[in-house]
Design a protein around this ligand. Structure first.
Ligand SMILES: NC(=O)c1ccc[n+]([C@@H]2O[C@H](COP(=O)([O-])OP(=O)(O)OC[C@H]3O[C@@H](n4cnc5c(N)ncnc54)[C@H](O)[C@@H]3O)[C@@H](O)[C@H]2O)c1
Length: 288
């Protein structure tokens, strides 16, 4: 029997990468999963994976920056499954750029999705949990970028540092309702969002990342999903307001001076999303 048997989880951005990994892991632990994503094709693919693991799912086309769409998705999730135990505010985007050039729209989109989207997801799902009265678990995806930043990535870092701080306040507020709230801080994880940093198996970017990372490999969605399962499961009941870094030791490694021309070229290629699409269609568990 899984650690989340019969529970219901609402996961945003579960149509790809880390969110998909979390949906799969939760399904493997016996939970049913509501998959809320703007990308319906990706969400349907994830739903299929959840089904193959013996759990049920519900897909909603949801933009986390829209309160109406999110509220509708949460209502439909509860209507479908009759309960809501776990909420994962995971959807996010990366819009970097130098301060002298950054477009207001990129700045605003990132705030709307990475900060407002997390706030709305937590507010709407926590209200539902309080209403039902059975407590709950909330997990937000922050980032190693909440602690480290660099030229061109400061705006993304600002949103992720915001998430890291918000969960501390929410942990205080929701603890008395039996709800824990925690943040996960992934390092470089092999997903479409980080294609330019994680590269592909055997490529120059990946080899460089493996050489730099103390544990010697790129992070995978399964790594993050394992931590999410802990936070959502019985062993996580005393953890709240926490931010847990999971980065293979990368935080304390210096990146500067490691960029070669080969890596820069490969990174430029990743900007067109061919590799990203392939990465998206890989299931987490091959042994189902
Ligand atoms: N991959 C990494 O290295 C890494 C590291 C640290 C943190 N993160 C964070 O992890 C989370 C997941 O990222 P990922 O790497 O799996 O990326 P990803 O691009 O593979 O997946 C993100 C998913 O979110 C969805 N999404 C984007 N905007 C949305 C919106 N407005 N409403 C609903 N869904 C939306 C996308 O359609 C996609 O399915 C993000 O918050 C990201 O910032 C990723």
């Amino acid at each position: 029997m899984g650690t989340l048997e019969g529970k219901v989880a609402f996961v945003t951005g579960a149509g790809s990468g880390i969110g998909r990994g979390i949906a799969e892991r939760f399904a493997r632990e016996g939970a049913h999963v509501c998959i809320a994503d703007v990308d319906v094709e990706g969400a349907e693919y994830s739903a299929n994976l959840v089904g193959q693991l013996g759990s049920r799912s519900l897909v909603t086309k949801t933009n986390v920056a829209s309160k109406e769409q999110l509220a509708d998705a949460v209502e439909r999730c509860v209507a479908e499954f009759g309960r809501l135990d776990i909420s994962v505010a995971n959807a996010g985007i990366g819009r970097g750029g130098p301060v002298l050039e950054m477009a207001l729209k990129d700045w605003q989109d990132q705030l709307d999705i990475n900060l407002t989207g997390v706030f709305l997801t937590v507010q709407l799902t926590a209200r539902k949990m309080v209403e039902v009265g059975n407590g709950g678990r909330i997990i937000c995806t922050s980032s190693l970028a909440a602690e480290n930043t660099a030229a061109g990535t400061w705006s993304y870092s600002a949103t992720k540092a915001g998430v890291r701080m918000m969960v501390r306040g929410w942990g205080q507020e929701l603890g008395p309702h039996g709800i824990t709230v925690n943040a996960i801080g992934p390092g470089v994880i092999d997903t479409p969002l980080a294609a330019g940093l994680a590269g592909e198996e055997g490529g120059a970017i990946r080899k460089n990342l493996e050489a730099l990372t103390p544990v010697g490999r790129a992070g995978q969605p399964a790594d993050i999903a394992g931590l999410a399962a802990f936070m959502a499961g019985p062993d996580g009941s005393f953890m709240t307001g926490a931010y847990v870094l999971i980065d293979g030791g990368l935080r304390d490694v210096r990146w500067s001076g490691t960029q070669s021309e080969e890596i820069a070229e490969e990174a430029a290629r990743h900007a067109d999303s061919a590799i990203a699409r392939r990465a998206k269609l890989q299931p987490l568990f091959d042994d189902r």
